[in-house]
Design a protein around this ligand. Structure first.
Ligand code: GLA
Length: 694
């Protein structure tokens, strides 16, 4: 007997089908099918042919392809009995539960005492489908590998896009051509990692940012993932995502993958990006107070590093407030004897040498300036040179002779006493002070991947969130080393990168927008001479790049000239006026005809306004700027278009373009098909264009 199930939203349909109670296969995923499409017929016509040199039937590319069915590629599940014997599974359907937009398929393998469940849930508002697998066993078993429900990849696609990165260089795109065999990416560092963001985009042939079909995937887990994108000898393609292999170190009776978030777009990569941005912002992140505008940050790290001195910090806070900051974050250096990064992690008590009267004098000063107060922690870490390590050397994860990372070890988060200790210390700091924000860091990789570690971190965060629901958390890990939907279920902002270099940020933010909305993406105005690149950038460029996301400042404001302070104040003022709609806007990556220009359009939820940021990342090969096409406007509507920073046109821009002197009214059709011709500009500058629907 054939059984089929479908999940729909306005733009996509996912159909699963199974024969004789075998594990179901995704037999269709793409544009929405007619309501009366006969799914059983789809199932029968979806089978590929058999010819010489093949088995007599093609093994199913199911939600968990099984080696016992002679599947010619990577299996979806590898599990062993306690004694190490491999359990060769043969699952049989026992139950299918379908309710509006949700489907769960339950299978058992009686011989091996295993139950496998695949769950799907479609969000009709955001267009994101969550897919998750779980395994239950009668006896404890060893899990080597379990993929979230396996999804076939499109055939009319020549390449896949995934993400690499490094410290100060997050979200670098890799494009890899499809070919027989597999692309295997695995992050065994024990955190989400700079190196392998758990995301994948598969554009169909001809797809761009703004048009064509594209499929996208994100695995919402902070412990390190594995991805397989495989083309089988018969031409079929499969995508698998799960925890990194062998992360479940102990035999257990229950395992679960993280949710795999997937979406199909019929309007280019932006369709995927907007789905993820909205899903993350509206369904994953839980802001303590949704109505409260995102506050402008000031973070003191690049201003003072470990050199905390109360009068200096007060002066810096006063200057930050005068520039428009609304939240002051005291970074590393306030606790233990933390004078540099060699010591004191875990000694979470205020350093009386630096703060003889505790933190309250600083907090009161910050409050007096109308700002709120945030504090840095790095809970999962411990320096060997710390009181806590001296008292509890057994709390550290990994061997005595392990290589340290930034002079530190990780704590064993699976230990209840470690979790209790961290909860008590952090809770007591939060109880004793008016703190409404934690910057939660994680600056080293783990000595080995272990899912218990990630679950331990999640449990600690959940406990703190429950006790202090008004406290927001920022996820930082040497910048963007822990960015994923799993951590963002319990946090509210990510520190995209330790690079405050606006030029690097411009590109990083552009790529990260494939997954991340502005409301959670921290972006700070750094020092004139960037501390991580040595580059000297103009204040206007630094400020506008930060204004593209959740804006902040991270530098010593005492270095500012009057001119720089004026520019920064103006841009912060602009950001505050616009954040109400920008933090809910869709970030649309524009197709730039000039590779030197990195451009995006933020379109308000009601489509009544937009802002375009066109950043010049290099000198152009041609002499005059090429027109920049906008996207997703109403072709019939007219828009009042204003180049809001036209005063910054340099003397080498000698023409008399109208945009340089006044606003213009243009139709959506013109803007989307011809595009805006902007004035000539230096590299490392940004044009900012506002549009208002008339
Ligand atoms: C990490 C973070 C920085 C800063 C330092 C403090 O590197 O990414 O932003 O907080 O730690 O030690």
């Amino acid at each position: 007997m054939i059984q089929c199930w479908r999940l729909d939203d306005r733009r996509q349909t996912l159909v699963l089908g199974s024969h004789r109670d075998h594990l179901a296969e995704v037999i269709y995923w793409g544009p929405r099918l007619p309501d009366d499409e006969d799914l059983n017929t789809l199932f029968t016509v979806h089978a590929i042919d058999v010819t010489g040199g093949m088995l007599d039937l093609n093994p199913e590319l199911s939600v968990s392809p099984e080696a016992t069915r002679t599947f010619p590629g990577q299996p979806g599940l590898i599990v062993r009995a306690r004694d190490g014997t491999q359990l060769l599974t043969k699952f049989c359907l026992v139950k299918a539960n379908e309710e509006r937009g949700k489907l769960s398929l339950v299978y058992t393998d009686e011989n091996n005492g295993l139950t496998y469940t695949a769950r799907f849930a479609i969000n009709t508002r955001t267009h994101v489908i969550e897919a998750q697998a779980s395994l239950e066993a009668d006896q404890p078993v060893h899990l080597h590998w379990m993929s979230a429900p396996v999804i076939p990849a499109p055939q009319l696609s020549d390449e896949m896009i995934d993400f690499a990165g490094r410290w100060c260089g997050e979200f670098q795109l890799n494009r890899t051509a499809w070919s027989p065999g597999m692309r295997f990416r695995e992050n065994r560092t024990g955190r989400t990692g700079h190196e392998h963001f758990p995301g994948l985009i598969i554009p169909c042939r001809g797809a761009t940012n703004t048009q064509g079909h594209a499929y996208a995937f994100h695995y919402g887990w902070s412990g390190g993932h594995k991805m397989i994108a495989e083309e089988l000898p018969d031409g079929r393609r499969q995508i698998q995502f799960g925890h990194a292999e062998r992360m479940e170190v102990a035999p257990q009776t229950r395992f679960q993958t993280a949710p795999l978030y997937i979406t199909f777009s019929d309007d280019g990569l932006n369709g995927c990006a907007v789905a993820f941005q909205r899903h993350l912002r509206d369904e994953i992140v839980h802001m303590p107070d949704v109505a409260r505008p995102r506050p402008v940050h000031f973070n003191c790290w690049e201003a003072v590093y470990f050199d905390h001195n109360l009068p200096t910090l007060k002066e810096i806070a006063s200057r930050a407030a005068a520039l428009g900051a609304e939240r002051f974050v005291l970074d590393d250096g306030w606790f233990g004897r933390r004078d540099d990064d060699t010591r004191a992690l875990s000694d979470w008590e205020v350093d009386p040498r630096k703060y003889p009267d505790g933190l309250n004098p600083l907090i009161d000063h910050v409050h007096g300036l109308g700002m709120t107060f945030g504090l840095w922690f790095e809970p999962e870490m411990i320096n060997p040179d710390s009181d806590i390590h001296r008292a509890h050397p057994d709390w550290a994860l990994g061997g005595e002779d392990q290589i340290l990372g930034r002079n530190q070890k990780a704590l064993n988060m699976a230990l209840a006493e470690v979790q209790d200790f961290l909860f008590d210390r952090i809770a007591s700091v939060l109880r004793d002070h008016a703190i409404e924000y934690i910057k939660w860091d994680h600056n080293r990789v783990l000595p080995m991947p272990d899912a218990d570690q990630t679950r331990g971190s999640y449990a600690l965060m959940d406990r703190l969130r429950a006790e202090f629901p008004h406290v927001e958390i920022e996820s930082c890990a040497s910048g963007g080393g822990r960015i994923d939907f799993g951590i963002l279920k319990r946090t509210h902002r990510i520190w995209l990168s330790d690079s405050n270099d606006a030029l690097e940020r411009l590109k990083m933010q552009h790529n990260a927008a494939l997954f991340l909305p502005a409301a959670v993406t921290g972006s700070h105005v750094g020092p004139r001479k960037c501390h991580t690149s040595g580059r000297i950038l103009d204040m206007s460029f630094r400020a506008w790049v930060a204004a593209q996301r959740h804006m902040g400042i991270e530098m010593d404001p005492r270095e500012l000239t009057d001119d720089e302070a004026g520019t920064l104040e103006t841009v912060i003022g602009w950001w505050k006026e616009n954040r109400g709609w920008m933090m809910d806007a869709d970030i649309l990556r524009l197709e730039s005809p000039d590779p030197a220009v990195v451009a995006e359009q933020q379109l308000a939820a009601d489509h009544a306004r937009f802002v375009v940021f066109a950043g010049k990342a290099a000198t152009s090969s041609q002499i005059a700027p090429r027109p920049l096409r906008l996207t997703r406007l109403d072709p019939q509507a007219r828009y009042r278009v204003t180049l809001i920073n036209r005063d910054s046109a340099g003397s080498l821009s000698r023409g008399t373009q109208t945009l340089k002197s006044e606003s213009v009214d243009l139709s959506g059709t013109y803007l989307m098909n011809h595009g805006l011709t902007l004035p000539w500009s230096f590299p490392e500058t940004m044009w900012v264009i506002e549009g208002l629907r008339r």
